[in-house]
Design a protein around this ligand. Structure first.
Ligand code: FUB
Length: 345
């Protein structure tokens, strides 16, 4: 739901119609990446704060400094805030903007993957490790070599391989890497360097991880999202093209790549047969929420599948003060997902 329309919203009424409530309300949380480790639910969100930065289209108002891990014994139980898991001051290469993270586990070690701007103002992706899923996490001294842009999501495939999906337009800087190196020119607008509307949209990125999950095992490459005819989605197809918030999950041997369309505020998905794609666009998982951004994860808990998402209802529409929510999602027999409306009509 675009920012300009929030002044007309009656938040008391909206919150009554919301399909879910914030899982915590003592802090603002966003961009939830959910996993089940050892039978317990762990949510790795951004920790939203008001740092006094003005709203702009580069997302300068998202000036987050640390991460808290939220845990839940079951989908119906209270959510527990486990305190600061990692702070930007403890990451040697990172200067600011601890944006949407993810985590995963391998051989008893927990890995937190996070984007932040380095001292040159370039978004990179880092890794921090812990023996506990709730941290505290110890960061690597450097960002992942050849990493760029934002919103890492790390998927473990059934064969034990791990893949990182990432990328984000505008403030996420993906468009500044079109030539393979960072375009250092100061853009006058966040849309500078984007393809024309009739050109293929920028692709989200994937890279297989090394065995120790600390680096990319291969050069990152683009993931194709195509329409029903097999044509790449176009840059001007704002209702369907990738913007940010990559996530991958598997259902009945099919790979589901889901993402936010950014300026049109949908969470969409596309289905493929390989973790590298191509993925065929199938539809929407979530219609627009209150607040400019929409960001999610999909996680199976017991035998049900849940969408972890956020909105800005608790802050009464403040774009950078969001709250994580959870809603069940269901599949049709053909594997398509039934679209959720975040607020009942
Ligand atoms: O939280 C900061 C940014 O907002 C995330 O990285 C994007 O996905 C959007 O949710």
């Amino acid at each position: 739901m675009p920012e300009e329309s929030i002044e007309h919203i009656n938040f008391d009424d909206l919150n009554k119609r919301a399909i879910s409530k914030p899982i915590v309300n003592h802090i603002y949380t966003a961009d939830p990446s959910a996993h089940v480790f050892d039978g317990k639910i762990y949510i790795y969100p951004s920790h939203d704060v008001d740092a006094g930065e003005a709203f702009d289209d580069l997302g300068s108002h998202f000036a987050m400094e640390d991460y808290h891990v939220i845990s839940m014994d079951s989908i119906d139980s209270d959510a527990v805030d486990n305190g600061v898991a990692l702070h930007v001051d403890d990451v040697a290469w990172a200067k600011q903007q601890m944006w949407a993270p993810d985590a995963n586990e391998k051989d008893g070690t927990y890995y937190l993957f996070f984007p932040a701007k380095d001292y040159e103002g370039i978004f990179r992706i880092g890794v921090a490790t812990s023996s506990s899923p709730v941290g505290p996490f110890t960061p690597q001294p450097n960002a992942i070599k050849d990493s760029f842009s934002i919103d890492p999501a790390v998927f473990k495939d059934d064969d034990g391989s791990y893949y990182m999906y990432f990328g984000g337009l505008w403030g996420g800087q993906l468009q500044r890497w079109r030539t393979g190196t960072f375009n250092p020119e100061q853009p006058e607008s966040p849309t500078a360097f984007l393809p024309n509307d009739d050109e293929p949209a920028l692709l989200p990125i994937v890279a297989k991880m090394t065995d120790d999950l600390l680096e990319f095992a291969e050069k990152p490459k683009g993931i194709e999202i195509v329409d029903e005819l097999g044509n790449l989605l176009l840059a001007g197809d704002n209702d369907r093209r990738f913007f940010e918030a990559a996530w991958l999950h598997k259902e009945k041997d099919k790979y589901y790549f889901s993402y936010s369309t950014g300026d049109t505020h949908y969470i969409c998905y596309a289905i493929g047969d390989s973790p590298y794609g191509p993925f065929t666009y199938k539809g929407r998982i979530l219609n627009p929420v209150v607040g400019w951004t929409s960001h999610h994860s999909v996680c199976k808990v017991d035998d049900k599948t849940y969408l972890f998402y956020h909105d800005s209802s608790l802050s009464k529409g403040v774009t950078h003060l969001r709250s994580v929510k959870i809603a069940e999602i269901t599949y049709n027999k053909d594997g398509t997902i039934i679209t959720l409306d975040p607020y009942l009509k």
